[in-house]
Design a protein around this ligand. Sequence first.
Ligand SMILES: [Zn+2]
Length: 305
Amino acid sequence: MSVRELVVLGTASQVPGRRRNHNGYLLRWDGEGLLFDPGEGTQRQMLLAGVAANDITRICVSHFHGDHCLGLPGVVQRLSLDRVAHPVHAHYPASGGHFFARLRAASAFHETAEIREEPVDVDGPVASGAFGTLEARRLEHPVESFGYRLVEPDGRRIVPELLSRFGVSGPRVGELQRAGALEVAGRTVTLERVSVPRPGQRFAFVMDTRLCDGVYALAEGADLLVIESTFLAEDAGLAAEYGHLTAAQAAAVAAECGVRRLVLTHFSQRYPDPKRFAEEAAEVFDGDIVVAEDLTRVAVPRRRR
Ligand SMILES: [Zn+2]
């Protein structure tokens, strides 16, 4: 069974606290493991959350403030220590290439893992594969920041009862999937006849930003949206000043964009009670709301029907 879930490694903005590590998230998406914004301490959080270096296939950095990237040296070195054999792609704002270079070579180690740097400097697709398309969109923050989204194209799901009704079995099923049609006992069976539409799934990751077009473009139709909500509405002035969102703003985006499950995170340490983020969000968004906690897992909701 393929697994699609978010493993929350850290949820604090700016400085870690007793209960919250610096940012960090691993998205398990079938065979892929996308590590987003590894803040300081990510390597140890991975251990505690049951994530192995070998699970990582891609690293996506939104921007080069420390809470989003100071975990890179540990993660990069761990990939080599654990002899990870597959290449790991790394996406980050191209304007911060000098930061990435320093973090990647922060101290001495024997490098064996292959990291393929694919910096981002324009909006659009950054990678595609069996997982769908990974896209980046520019956000608005005091330093250049990009959000990411994973878009799986719509497909078709094969229905076993229809296969047997048309007499397709064994290796011929694969043949039908590849060719789109088959001759069975003198008649043509098309893929459409034995399958039903399967809507693609979408995941979006929106980190440090004030409200801007990029936020909406990324969140559009997301099954799972991970979005920063550094502040509560009472501090909307600070959010605007520092280029961040409030929980209410994040939730309004989710409502407008048809998001199904909203994950709020990247909390300022000034608020002792995380319930308030959920309460504020619930006033404007009636879908699932998750106030992210370290070392928890959030499933990508089941496909739309
Ligand atoms: Zn941050």
